[in-house]
Design a protein around this ligand. Structure first.
Ligand SMILES: N#Cc1c(-c2ccc3ccn(Cc4ccc(CN5CCCC5)cc4)c3c2)n[nH]c1N
Length: 246
């Protein structure tokens, strides 16, 4: 997979050089290219923003630098990428969307700043590309770079071989299957006792069936407490309410 990011803060994307994404890049599983939007400005001040038509607060990102940058990025690759535009007004970024995007060969992310990008840029590339305006949550950020870090990590970890054999995304929250749409239950590791706190006996029993049932019940308990909205979506066959001691 190839990932391009066009931004006025290339240094904000440094985290893509470390950990899971960094290792995937080093192994050649991911081709990540970060582009500084200001390289496509033509004035000595490298201007990327201007006042909004119709008035209103803040500034709007000018279309010309984005058009020049995206034309060059698109010309440098094969085929057509999905253009992912982080925005507070986008569709929710979900595990389902992460799975869909992980199947694409090429993604181009356009994190903006200020009040966003001149609408004509989205229209220009929407005429020829699959453009997705996406929001990572119902809170307001100052720009799109942090959402790009979130989305790239969520997508990259789904790519074959990126997570490695030890870990798996099959048991993720929101992953398809019997535990679909449930939050993870609690996890424990050595030592068996820490500050007089011990491990649930069932996890030491070696009885895989009982352990699986305990984990599923704990997942439902945590989901019921933290995300009751997800319980309606969960697979009722995976849970027997009468077994839940409350
Ligand atoms: N993903 C994601 C995001 C973002 C996000 C993503 C991309 C950009 C580019 C610029 N900003 C700043 C900003 C903030 C608020 C507004 C709305 N206006 C304010 C006053 C009148 C309407 C417009 C821009 C961004 C914010 N925020 N929250 C998410 N989940």
């Amino acid at each position: 997979m190839r990932l391009d990011v066009v931004t006025i803060f290339p240094e904000y994307l440094e985290p893509l050089n470390v950990s899971l994404v960094g290792k995937a890049r080093a192994r050649g599983q991911l081709d990540v290219r970060i582009h500084d939007l200001r390289e496509w400005t033509r004035d000595k001040h490298h201007t990327v923003d201007d006042t909004p038509y119709g008035g209103g607060p803040g500034m709007v990102m000018k279309p010309e630098p984005w058009g020049a940058a995206l034309d060059d990025v698109l010309a440098s690759g094969e085929g057509e990428p999905v253009l992912v535009v982080p925005t507070p007004s986008g569709v929710p970024f979900t595990q389902e969307l992460a799975v869909e995007l992980s199947g694409k060969p090429w993604l181009v992310f356009t994190p903006a700043r200020y009040e966003g990008i001149d609408r004509r840029v989205i229209e220009e590339y929407g005429d020829r590309l699959d453009v997705r305006e996406v929001s990572i949550g119902d809170y307001v950020l100052a720009g799109g770079e942090a959402p790009v870090l979130v989305m790239v990590e969520a997508v990259a970890r789904l790519l074959p071989g990126v997570l490695g054999n030890a870990a798996s995304h099959q048991d993720d929250s929101f992953a398809p299957g019997a535990m679909a749409d449930l939050l993870e239950g609690p996890v424990y590791t050595k030592p068996p006792e820490w500050r007089d706190r011990t491990i649930p006996e069932v996890l030491l029993s070696g009885h895989h069936g009982k352990i699986a049932r305990w984990r599923r019940d704990e997942a439902f308990r945590r989901t019921d407490r933290n995300r009751p909205d997800l319980i309606e979506r969960a697979d009722p066959a995976a849970f027997n309410k009468k077994d839940r001691e409350i």
